[in-house]
Structures are given as C-alpha cells and as structure tokens.
Design a protein around this ligand. Structure first.
Ligand SMILES: NC(=O)c1ccc[n+]([C@@H]2O[C@H](COP(=O)([O-])OP(=O)(O)OC[C@H]3O[C@@H](n4cnc5c(N)ncnc54)[C@H](OP(=O)(O)O)[C@@H]3O)[C@@H](O)[C@H]2O)c1
Length: 263
C-alpha cells in the first residue's frame, strides 16, 4: 500500500492520479478527506496500516515541521514502511534549519527520494498569492530580476510517482525547462489572461509586512522573503533534466501550463 499525504493538495492529487495510472494501490490522506491530521496522533495508525511507501507532504504553514512529523515517521518505519518520498524545495539543503531536518530524517528509511522542486507554475493559477496578483494585474515579490525555473506540479508528481515505485531514488532537483524572471513570467501570464500583469519587486522587509498583512504568520513570511532574497541573488537561475530523465518526456513550459489552466 502507498500512502499519499496532502492528497487534496496541488501535488498530492496529481501524485494519486499518477500512481493510479500505474495501477499502484493508493490510500489518500488529508484532514478533510480522511481525517488524517499530522497534529493528531489518534489518526496515524489507521492511515499507516500496511503502508510500505509514503508520499510525505509535511503540514503546510509550519516553519519547522520536524517535531510533528518525526515521531509519526519513526513509528511507521518500525511498522514496515520501506520507501519515503519527501516533498521538499529546491533551495532547502539537508543542512537548512526547519525543513532541512526532514530531508535528513527521511534518509534513515531503507529507500528514499527527496524531491527538490523549484517554484510551482501553479502558483500563477488557483488560490496562491501570485495567482491573486495575476488576477489583480500586479504581482509583488522581493526577487528583483532573479530568475526561477517554474515547474509544473504534474511534472513534480510524475517524478514523485517514479520515486514511490522505486525508479527515482535519491535527491531530485526538479525544474521547468527555462528560468524566467518574475517580469518575464508576468508577461507570459499577461499573454494568457489578456490583461496587463505588472511585477513589482520590493525590499524583503516590505515583502514580509505585505505577507503578514495578507494573513501569514510572521515566521513563515520571513522564510518566504528570505527565499525571495536568494532568488534575487541568482540562487534559482538553473535548469535540470530530471523531468525528462525520469519520465521520458520534456518538462512543461510555464506558458503551456497557464494556457491549460487559465486560457
Ligand atoms: N508553491 C511552490 O512554489 C513550492 C515550491 C517548492 C516546494 N513547495 C512545497 O510544497 C508544499 C505545498 O505542497 P502542495 O502545493 O502540494 O500542498 P497544498 O496544495 O498546499 O496542499 C496541502 C495538503 O496538505 C493537507 N494538510 C495540510 N495540513 C495538514 C495537517 N495538519 N495534517 C494533514 N494534512 C494536512 C491539505 O489537506 P487538508 O486541508 O484536507 O488537511 C492538503 O491536501 C509547501 O509546503 C512547500 O514546502 C512549494
């Protein structure tokens, strides 16, 4: 049995679809879907019963999810879990504080994959703050002219599914086919939605205040602004061939993803 946590989420529901297409038995978990809550130990044993492979999507919004996830994972490993595929992020190294601890922990599983995707193309669609900015015609970041290789969540899910069936072990740095600045990405979005979309880059401190005003807890806002600073410094200006190598087809460009979702 393969357990997909975050199964209603942007990546999780695509991981479920990819596994079902491979005829892999899947159990879906999330609070609204199955009652599974990382923060509620009474919900864990039923979810992990007879589970040998796990898509690990840590609770969203926790700046450090390790204290919540570690005891659950250790118990599951004792009960027969063998293979863990962690959704991490391109700029998170095992040495990073917070999420980095999770990437270190999953290496204790007999088989593991750490997915390190770049920023999702789907941030420009749906509920994300960037998508709201696209609709309003003004996207705010602290990224300056820094470039990001926006990646399709479907491509991330395809690599995740390969990890869950054992054909994509180890660290996987997942990117889209080209790195774009937010100016360029907003121009792509504007071409799809048919109205102007301006990108405004502000200093990191102002970006933190903006995110807090939008309802984010300050520690999380600081993490996100810190990541934007790294983007501005060029840390994310790179492209890998992981999607093509693992799935046998090229990574989908931002334009293609946005046309399918918004066009
Ligand atoms: N967006 C990006 O550009 C980007 C880039 C790189 C990495 N990432 C990583 O991707 C993660 C987000 O992944 P995503 O977009 O697939 O997720 P998502 O769409 O935000 O969905 C979150 C999922 O987790 C479930 N969930 C939330 N809290 C939970 C809890 N306490 N217990 C159990 N389930 C819980 C939610 O369902 P319920 O509400 O039903 O529980 C939902 O299924 C981020 O944490 C980030 O680390 C994002």
């Amino acid at each position: 049995m393969t357990l997909v946590t975050g199964a209603t989420g942007t990546t999780g529901r695509r991981v479920v679809a990819a596994l079902e297409a491979l005829d892999v038995p899947v159990r879906r978990a999330s609070r609204s879907l199955s009652g599974f809550d990382w923060a509620d130990p009474t919900t864990h044993d039923a979810a992990f019963d007879e589970v040998e492979a796990l898509y690990l999507m840590a609770p969203v919004g926790e700046a450090d999810p390790l204290p919540v996830v570690e005891p659950v994972l250790r118990r599951a490993l004792d009960r027969g879990l063998r293979r863990v595929v962690l959704l991490s992020s391109s700029l998170i190294e095992p040495s990073s504080s917070g999420y980095g601890g999770l990437a270190t922990l999953v290496r204790e599983a007999p088989e593991w994959t750490v997915l390190r995707p770049s920023w999702f193309a789907q941030n420009f669609t749906g509920d994300h703050a960037v998508a709201a900015g696209v609709r309003a015609g003004r996207v705010l970041t602290a990224t300056g002219a820094g470039r990001v290789p926006f990646v399709d969540a479907g491509d991330i899910a395809a690599v995740a599914a390969a990890g869950l069936v054992g054909t994509a072990p180890g660290e996987q740095l997942i990117t889209g086919p080209e790195a774009l600045s937010y100016d360029e990405a907003c121009a792509v979005a504007a071409g799809v939605v048919g109205h102007p979309v301006e990108h405004v880059s502000v200093p990191p401190a102002a970006f933190v205040d903006h995110l807090v005003e939008a309802g984010l807890p300050r520690p999380m806002a600081q993490v996100l602004a810190g990541l934007d600073e790294l983007i501005a410094a060029g840390a994310e200006d790179r492209v890998t061939d992981v999607v093509a190598r693992v799935t046998g087809r090229p990574a989908r460009p931002l334009d293609t993803v946005l046309r399918a979702a918004l066009g």
